[in-house]
Design a protein around this ligand. Structure first.
Ligand code: PLP
Length: 435
């Protein structure tokens, strides 16, 4: 299979300038300098074409520059770009909030706080949970990623580099272990474990660390994203929710990465039919326009005027893009994510039979993770090989990203078709052969 000569001359120039002027804190895994996008494809500044199975980190859910989204953005931009939802009313915001109340799990009597990112959506949820319950402690998960601002970072426990040098963190956050069954922290197996990890919360956390009456909320990604595409086993969230309800603890569902149709349901938590009190959304909600949303029961989101706000949050152009995005998702794309996920998974599982260094393939819809290991028995992680796989895919025109320490993630746009998946798997296998 041919390899592209990367980076090209124009890309090289930009990389030099980028090094001079742009913060060194970003984590670019390979030198992709992207200039334009359409559908499943993007092109770099030298005209090299790539198939984008990273989707701008799970953002461009409707593909790049979908014409319906572009038209909605253009029309709104010509009418009004900004006035601020903090001090003025926006018709577009109300329409979108009504839609979010309808599509998030549970009854429709909900309100939305609009902001600009996933981190901000989680910040709002954290503040709201403490404000409403008048309780200080919050539970979050090891391996979780909720964003980079102080509250969201304090909830996060994915990689130490994301926290190193930034302490002290927001106090009152206790990290418990996620149901990562492939690498169970307490070395048990599902289902015979009988959810011992949930018993641990009640028997250890609530007896030895914090009284449950002091716990405001538990934050959970319904499928962990950045931490390694980790899917809790069936029954986990139902059992967890029973425990939370017993102590009136709010369940905050971070759907920033797993939401907006990616897993073949509008929100991943719907796979387990659990209704969270607060849902945090961003990324795929507006096909690339910056927008975050914190959605909660009406009676819960009744904080005082001035308690929380955002100048840019929910600007009308982003809201228009979101409404166009949701229409496309509802019409066809959520279903397509389910179908294409079902088409893709067996192909990747098949690769497991040929390549011993694939330890696990797991996914729902188009949120698929592939663990790269040194040895299937010991499950020792092979980060080096994972990184090489990603770089080699780039050289062959396929953009994918890693997550966790050793996981490759497949997260194509929800418009993806069989032929794209066939091609991506073909490139992926070519790389697997080489590494
Ligand atoms: N929550 C989850 C589950 C995420 O995956 C991310 C980003 O990767 C965030 C929150 C933070 O979102 P943002 O980068 O928009 O602040």
């Amino acid at each position: 299979m041919d390899k592209l000569n990367l980076p090209g001359p124009k890309a090289k120039e930009i990389l030099k300038e980028d090094e001079k002027y742009i913060s060194s804190s970003y984590t670019r895994p390979y030198p992709a300098v992207i200039q334009k996008g359409k559908g499943v494809h993007v092109w770099d500044v030298d005209g090299n074409k790539f198939m984008d199975f990273s989707t701008g980190i799970a953002v461009c859910s409707t593909g790049h520059c979908h014409s319906d989204v572009v038209i909605a953005i253009e029309e709104q931009a010509e009418t009004l770009i900004h006035m601020s939802g903090t001090d003025f009313y926006y018709p577009m915001q109300v329409r979108l909030a009504e839609k979010l109340a309808e599509i998030t799990p549970g009854a429709k009597n909900k309100r939305t706080f609009f902001c600009n990112s996933g981190a901000e959506a989680n910040e709002a949820a954290l503040k709201l949970a403490r404000w409403k319950t008048e309780r200080m402690t919050v539970l979050s998960y090891i391996n979780s990623f909720h964003g980079r601002t102080y509250g969201a970072m304090s909830l996060t426990a994915s990689k130490t580099v994301q926290r190193k040098g930034f302490g002290p963190f927001v106090p009152g956050i206790i990290h418990i272990f996620y149901p990562y069954c492939y690498r169970c922290t307490i070395n048990l197996s599902y289902p015979s474990c009988n959810f011992a990890c949930i018993d641990y919360i009640e028997d250890v956390v609530f007896k030895r660390m914090v009284a449950p009456e002091e716990v405001a909320a538990l934050f959970a990604e319904s499928i962990q994203g950045e931490g390694g595409y980790i899917i809790p086993p069936d029954g986990y969230f139902q059992r967890l929710k029973e425990l939370l309800d017993k102590y009136d603890i709010l369940f905050v569902d971070d759907e920033v990465q797993s939401g907006m149709g990616r897993t073949g349901k509008m929100f991943a938590i719907e796979h387990w039919e659990v209704i969270p009190e607060i849902v945090c959304v961003a990324k795929g909600i507006a096909s690339g326009m910056p927008l975050g949303a914190t959605v909660a029961r009406r009676g819960l989101m009744d904080w005082a005027p001035g308690a929380h706000a955002s100048t840019f949050g929910g600007n009308p152009v982003s809201c228009a893009a979101a409404l166009a995005t949701i229409k496309l998702l509802e019409d066809k794309l959520v279903e397509n994510a389910k179908e294409m996920g079902e088409y893709c998974m067996p192909k990747l599982k098949e690769l497991m039979t040929k390549y011993q260094f694939i330890g696990d393939v797991r996914g729902k819809g188009l949120m698929i993770g592939i663990e790269i290991v040194k040895d299937r028995k010991t499950k020792e992680k092979d980060k080096k090989k994972r990184d090489r796989i990603i770089t080699e895919c780039f050289k062959r025109g396929l953009l994918i990203l890693g997550c966790g320490d050793n996981v490759v993630r497949f997260m194509p746009p929800l418009i993806v078709e069989r032929e794209h998946i066939d091609r991506a798997v073909e490139i992926f296998e070519d790389v697997l052969k080489e590494v």
